[in-house]
Design a protein around this ligand. Sequence first.
Ligand code: PSV
Ligand code: MN
Length: 432
Amino acid sequence: MSKPFQLTHDVIASENRRLEADLGRDAEHLASVLARRGAVFEALVARARAFRIAVPSWGLATGGTRFARFPIAGEPRDVFEKIDDCHAINLLVGITPLVSLHIPWDKPRDAGALKAHAEERGLAIDSMNSNTFEDQEGQPLSYKYGSLAHPDPAVRRQAVEHNLECIEIGRALGASSLTVWIGDGGNFAGQMHFRDALAAYLDSMQAIYAGLPANWRVLLEHKLFEPAFYSTVINDWGTSYWAAERLGPQAFCLVDLGHHAPNVNIEMIVARLIQFGKLGGFHFNDSKYGDDDLDAGSTKPFQLFLVFNELVDAELAAVPGFTPAYMLDQSHNVTDPIESLMVSAMEVQRAYVQACLVDRAALDAAQEANDALAALAALKAAFTTDVSPLLAMARRAAGGAADPVAVYRASRYREVIAKERPAPPRRGAGIV
Ligand code: PSV
Ligand code: MN
């Protein structure tokens, strides 16, 4: 068997040379197609290069369902090894220098050492995610019946304290936002008093908000259902907006693409939150039935493009305060998580670049003239443009790989780390 090679910029560059001739031809063709439409290839490469998306630490181990999890060798055993995998991803794709952490799963014994470990690898900590949807060992009170919206103030207090601790850890790590998703809800009609539960949530969130450093944001994540199957406290964007509005200027809404009813017009929700000045960020993934946590762009790429159409429109209009954080949130049940995260980051970047291609003047004119067909045609012209050579050029220019999955597979990274991480991966079911 040939010796595995390390993922370094040199190795990536030599792999890139293999694809150089074909890529050059494809890029030249795309540049001439774009020029005919008045778009400048190099300008779009610059926009693609500036794109950033965070990788979720919890997506680096194999995911699972409530039925089973099928671990693979070499899964990270702690947050330091998760950072190492994020480093590999960012070396190859060049647009993921950010990592979202989940506490207590990623609670570091030494925050300074973790920060240094990330920084040495060119990475920074993005949002801190709290976890009051499951009980932790030694925790005095249970979250079985809720957390921030629990009827018992003592449980609510414990959940608030946990969020405040997440902020403290995040401060030491250089993070500047806290993402709060709660599983609070009911499985039976009558189980929960809807208005009281929401009031309790707001009260708890106010206590958390009071502990936010001045330069931090808190991102409120809504979700239609699950783990509760009858009612959920923060079930939709309207409720999330209501809470963010009451909390104050540092509170924003986070849109996880999997957290809506099937067929809901998510791009319109995005536009509404932009208009109301409360769009704080995204958890990108894809879904067919519910919160499937499939890879971004894998089942509904047109929806992803339409979401970015709204985001680019807001960016071009310089909507005040519009700085959403882009993050992935996925569960990889049948793929190597590193491969899925690389492909997903690139698919989100693809949607962004395609949205940059929309002929806004043509779209405006079609809307003014009530020409529905022409309006759709303006969007479709951008969506059907294969920008792959442009994305590959952007990666190459940033020192990344023209074909990240091919380089990753050739490097045999998984085999190498499997030897370095001999402990058997944790078995068992569990949706994360
Ligand atoms: C809940 O389904 C969610 O989308 C939240 O973002 C959680 O933090 C994450 O998944 C992990 O369970
Ligand atoms: Mn999420």
